[in-house]
Write a protein that binds this ligand. Sequence first.
Ligand SMILES: [Zn+2]
Length: 110
Amino acid sequence: MKLPESQQCGEECPKCGENMRNHGKREKHIITLLGECKFSRNYYECVSCENENTGNREHAVPNDEILGVAGTKFTETVKRVTAQIAASDSFFDTSANLKMLCGINVSAKE
Ligand SMILES: [Zn+2]
């Protein structure tokens, strides 16, 4: 999967507003309704801010936001389908239905 070049450069730190440094491409696995796939996207870190909770540099992965997979491996469509099936079934039925309909494995902790 390749995103437009215009989406892949220039990122400001959400905390201090400084330009973030591009740390190159990092791969991510995501789960879509068509199955699992992986893609590379730019990973940015702030040169001056540290995250108070983790002690790591503040970072941004703007293409994850664009694709709706920031902090998760499931696309918005998978989340919507899961929620819709779960609303009428037990977890066991939901998991079995997702496997049967989409070939997607979802565990209870996800
Ligand atoms: Zn910063």
